[in-house]
Design a protein around this ligand. Structure first.
Ligand SMILES: Nc1ncnc2c1ncn2[C@@H]1O[C@H](COP(=O)(O)OP(=O)(O)OP(=O)(O)O)[C@@H](O)[C@H]1O
Ligand SMILES: O=C(O)[C@H](O)COP(=O)(O)O
Length: 402
C-alpha cells in the first residue's frame, strides 16, 4: 500500500484530504473530535519531515454555497490545540487567496481550507474544480476514510493530477487494515452486533456477515421489524413493513449457514419518545398498541452480553436503543461493557463509526476497545465488499488527467 511512509516530505507541500466532518453543538463546540485526532499522526509525520500541510475537508451538507453554520473556521482553534501549533485559514478553498497562502507556507506550517462543499462542483466530482485544488500542493494525500465512499472532486477525481505523487495517510491505512482483519482474518467465535434505526441501511452488510460470523446479534430499532415479521405486537415502535419478508429470509439464511442469529427476548417500552416517558419492560412481541420499544430489556442485555464475552472477534455497528436519552441507554451500555470485557480477555473489537462510536465515547470506553472507526457509511460500504472511490483513486496507476 502506497502510504506516506514511502516519501520524505522535506520541502514538499502536502495537500491532504481529511474528514473533519465532526459534530458541532449550537455554540460550535466539537462534540466528538475522533476524526480530527485520527488525522494527527499523518500531519505530524509530514511536518516532522520538514514539509508543509494544506488540509481540505467538507463539513456537513451545505445546500447553497457558503454558509457560516458549516464553516471550517469553527474548528481552527481546536486543530491548533491538537497540533500544538498555529493553523492558517483560507476562507475560500480555491482562488488567489488560497494559492497565495499555500505558496507562502513554510516548512512546518499548516493551512486549513474552507469547506469544499461550498462549491457544488465538489460533490459533482468536477474535474476543473479538482484541478484548481490540485494547484495548491505538490503531493496529494488521502486520509479521509470517512468520506472514501464518495467519488467527489477532492476525494477521488483530484488524484488524476498527482499520478506519481499520491499516498494514503496513516488513518486511511489503519482503517483499511482493521476492516480487513475483521473480514478476512477473524478469530472465532466471531460475533457481529447490529443495531441502529433501520434494517434497510444494513441489509447488504448483514447478508455479507452471514457468510462470516458465528453469532449475529440484532438489537436497536431494526429488531422490531423482525419481531413484527414473526407475528409479534410492536405498538408504535420503529418498523419497516416492506422489509418484513426480508427479515424472515435473513432468519432462514442464518439457519442454513448455521449462524446463531440472536434477537431480543424483551424490550423497554415507553409511552412517548421522550426522556420523561413512562417506561415498562415487556417480552418481545407483546408491546401495547400505543407504546413503543426504545431499548433492549434486561434479559436481552444478559443474553447478548454472554455471547459477546465468549467471542474472540467483535464487530459492533449501531446502538441497542435510543442511547442519547439516559433512560434508554442501559442496553447499549451493557453491550459496551461486554465488548470491553471481551477485549480485556484478548478479543479484537471494532466499533463502527457514527452513533456506535458516539455511544462508546458517551460511556468513556473508547480506549478500552481495540479500534473505533472514523467511518460510518464508508465502513459499511467497505465491509459490504464495495470498492471505495477514495481508495481506488490512490491505487489506480493512471498517468495524468484523462
Ligand atoms: N428502538 C429504537 N427506536 C428508535 N430509535 C432507535 C432505537 N434504537 C436505536 N435508535 C436510534 O438509532 C440511531 C442510530 O441509528 P443509525 O441507523 O443511524 O445507526 P448508525 O448511525 O448506522 O450506527 P453507526 O453510526 O454506528 O454506523 C440512534 O440515534 C438511536 O437513537
Ligand atoms: O460523516 C460521514 O459519513 C462523511 O463525512 C461523509 O459525509 P456525507 O454522508 O455527507 O457525504
Amino acid at each position: 500500500m502506497n502510504t506516506i511512509d514511502f516519501l520524505n516530505f522535506s520541502g514538499k507541500k502536502a495537500l491532504i484530504r481529511v474528514d473533519f466532518n465532526v459534530p458541532l453543538d449550537d455554540h460550535f463546540n466539537i462534540t466528538d473530535d475522533n476524526r480530527m485526532v485520527g488525522a494527527v499522526p499523518t500531519i505530524e509525520k509530514i511536518l516532522k519531515d520538514g514539509g508543509s500541510v494544506i488540509l481540505m475537508s467538507h463539513l456537513g451538507r451545505p445546500k447553497d454555497g457558503p454558509d457560516d453554520k458549516y464553516s471550517l473556521r469553527h474548528i481552527v482553534k481546536h486543530l491548533a490545540i491538537l497540533l500544538n501549533r498555529d493553523v492558517h485559514f483560507a476562507p475560500d478553498c480555491i482562488g488567489e487567496d488560497a494559492i497565495a497562502k499555500s505558496k507562502a507556507l513554510k516548512s512546518g506550517e499548516v493551512l486549513l481550507l474552507e469547506n469544499l462543499r461550498f462549491y457544488k462542483e465538489e460533490e459533482k466530482g468536477d474535474e476543473a474544480f479538482a484541478k484548481k485544488l490540485a494547484q495548491l500542493g505538490d503531493v496529494y494525500v488521502n486520509d479521509a476514510f470517512g468520506t472514501a465512499h464518495r467519488a467527489h472532486a477532492s476525494t477521488a477525481i483530484i488524484a488524476k493530477f498527482f499520478p506519481d505523487a499520491k499516498y494514503f495517510g496513516y488513518l486511511m491505512a489503519g482503517e483499511l487494515a482493521n476492516a480487513e482483519k475483521i473480514l478476512n482474518h477473524a478469530e472465532r467465535p466471531f460475533t457481529a452486533i447490529m443495531g441502529g434505526a433501520k434494517v434497510s441501511d444494513k441489509i447488504l452488510l448483514i447478508e455479507k456477515l452471514l457468510e462470516k460470523v458465528d453469532n449475529l446479534i440484532i438489537g436497536g430499532g431494526m429488531a422490531y421489524t423482525f419481531a413484527k415479521a414473526q407475528g409479534g405486537q410492536i405498538g408504535t415502535s420503529l418498523c419497516e413493513d416492506d422489509k418484513m419478508a426480508l427479515a424472515l429470509e435473513l432468519m432462514e439464511k442464518a439457519k442454513q449457514k448455521k449462524v446463531n442469529l440472536i434477537l431480543p427476548v424483551d424490550t423497554i417500552i415507553a409511552d412517548a419518545f421522550s426522556p420523561d416517558a413512562k417506561t415498562a419492560v415487556v417480552k418481545t412481541g407483546t408491546i401495547p398498541s400505543d407504546w413503543m420499544g426504545l431499548d433492549i430489556g434486561p434479559e436481552t442485555a444478559k443474553l447478548f452480553s454472554e455471547v459477546i464475552k465468549n467471542s474472540k472477534t467483535i464487530l459492533w455497528n449501531g446502538p441497542m436503543g435510543v442511547f442519547e436519552m439516559d433512560k434508554f441507554e442501559v442496553g447499549t451500555k451493557a453491550v459496551a461493557v461486554a465488548v470491553v470485557e471481551a477485549t480485556k480477555n484478548g478479543a479484537f473489537s471494532l466499533i463502527g463509526g457514527g452513533d456506535s462510536a458516539a455511544a462508546v465515547s458517551k460511556f468513556g470506553f473508547e480506549d478500552q476497545v481495540s479500534y473505533v472507526s472514523t467511518g460510518g457509511g464508508a465502513l459499511l460500504e467497505y465491509m459490504e465488499g464495495k470498492e471505495l472511490p477514495g481508495v481506488k483513486a490512490i491505487y489506480h496507476s493512471g498517468s495524468g488527467p484523462e
